[in-house]
Design a protein around this ligand. Structure first.
Ligand code: ATP
Ligand code: MG
Length: 413
């Protein structure tokens, strides 16, 4: 629906107020969890629309309504609400007083803007004191719409539905639902540290976990100055894009070259990648502790590359007691590419960069890593010293949405 539909409706019915009604998935949410969900969703909606002039968000009977300011930007509102996790659907709507005449006038004005041959009216009533029950409202308003439009009522497959929701002191009407992303509002499911390469998989993995309400702290390992800073720039662009789902992100940029050099010098060639990954998880775990995060996230997918066989995942996992979430473990590359395209990260991910790990990768990496071999190799390394040093030299970049832009980097010591 075009934004001017609401304008035309309010021109016909000056007492009607343009608004957006937002429905959320509430299945299985009870008691305290439910109010936590609602409060977080409310905060996130306000945050997502911080620059859209939305002042008032009302909550009632399992929905929100945003009263629109005089000059609202519908495209901006729509693009933002489509990315707020927890939103099941939303609709451009009008709010009227709770009486049958203004409801009928608004319904007629609204449906006049639509093209349809068949329709129905679907009324829900939370205020039982309203003198008409839902069915009576459907019949009365349906007859009026039929008379105005000449369209036929079809209860099972209508081309258009006029939704009427009646509350204590007002009613809300709308005729088009726009799908939200569903999921849970970011912030209700604690935090995790996401290992973000500049590749295709890890941004998709991050999105998948954020959608379950988890706030992510991002970590990128780089090999500057041996490589250019392209991977740093690309990871920053990815985090900026992903920040539109959680509004505030931290990206840790961790120098990894020294770790790689030590491994190259002192460990068997075919074990390099497994050892790199073990160090990555150790470093990510330290950051998780600092950030009070409860899990790690990677973009690994079973057997996609040699380092991602089950044997290798087991040996890699052995360095941490935090759960390692691998939301893409069951997806193949094509599926992941498709998700990346939809998300908009694909074009950033395929930009050329020298990956810190593809640099020193052996031609025949081990596919069934053995823990004894790994432990023996690591015994020759100053594991703790390498970790401490890398963390000391890590930088942190902040990202905010919608304000955008990166803040100053601060050393993390
Ligand atoms: P991606 O597209 O995410 O890079 P990939 O198929 O290339 O995935 P690998 O390079 O083997 O897989 O990396 C596996 C996972 O390890 C990545 O999904 C990511 O979570 C993590 N990882 C790899 N390299 C880095 C890096 N430089 N910085 C942070 N995390 C990394
Ligand atoms: Mg990679």
């Amino acid at each position: 629906m075009k934004p001017n539909v609401l304008e035309r409706v309010t021109r016909d019915v000056p007492t009607a107020q343009p608004c957006v009604v937002i429905h959320y998935a509430e299945v299985g949410l009870k008691g305290e969890n439910r109010s936590m969900f609602e409060n977080q969703l409310m905060r996130n909606i306000k945050r997502a629309l911080a620059d859209a002039g939305i002042g008032l968000v009302r909550r009632f009977h399992g929905r929100f309504a945003l009263v629109l300011p005089r000059d609202y930007d519908w495209e901006l509102l729509e693009s933002r609400l489509k990315n707020v996790f927890g939103v099941a659907y939303f609709a451009p709507a009008v709010l009227t007083e709770q009486a049958i005449e203004p409801i009928e006038a608004a319904a007629l004005a609204l449906m006049k803007q639509m093209v349809f041959q068949t329709f129905r009216v679907s009324t829900r009533r939370s205020q039982k004191a309203f003198p008409y029950n839902s069915q009576q409202v459907n019949v009365r308003i349906g007859a009026a719409i039929q008379k105005q439009s000449g369209a036929r009522v079809d209860l099972s497959h209508p081309q258009r539905t006029c939704y009427i929701e009646i509350f204590d002191r007002f009613a809300i009407l709308y005729a088009e639902r726009i799908a939200g992303p569903r999921g849970l509002p970011v912030g209700v499911s604690e935090r995790a540290v996401s290992l973000l390469s500049a590749g295709i998989d890890s941004p998709v993995a991050s999105y998948t976990i954020m959608k379950r309400g988890v706030r992510l702290i991002f970590v990128h390992f780089h090999s500057v100055p041996f490589t250019s800073d392209a991977s740093i720039r690309n990871s920053g662009r990815l985090v900026r894009l992903l920040t539109q789902y959680q509004y505030d992100s931290k990206l840790y940029l961790v120098p990894f070259l020294e770790v790689q050099q030590e491994i190259m010098l002192k460990a068997p060639t075919d074990y390099r990648v497994v050892l790199y990954r073990r160090f990555m998880l150790r470093l990510a775990e330290r950051i998780a502790r600092r950030e009070r995060a409860r899990a790690l996230v990677t973009g690994e997918s079973i057997a996609q590359v040699a380092s991602q066989t089950l044997s290798n995942l087991q040996v890699i996992n052995e360095v941490t007691r935090l759960p390692v979430l691998r939301p893409l473990s069951g997806n193949d590359k094509e599926e992941i590419v498709e998700m990346a395209r939809k998300l908009g990260t694909y074009d950033i991910s395929v930009e050329p960069y020298e990956d810190c790990c593809s640099l020193f990768v052996p031609r025949h990496p081990v596919t069934r890593a053995r823990l004894e071999v790994v432990q023996e190799a690591e015994a020759r390394l100053d594991v703790e010293g390498l970790i401490r040093d890398a963390l000391q030299r890590a930088e942190v970049v902040r990202f905010r949405f919608p304000e955008g832009g990166t803040g100053p980097t601060d050393g993390t010591g």
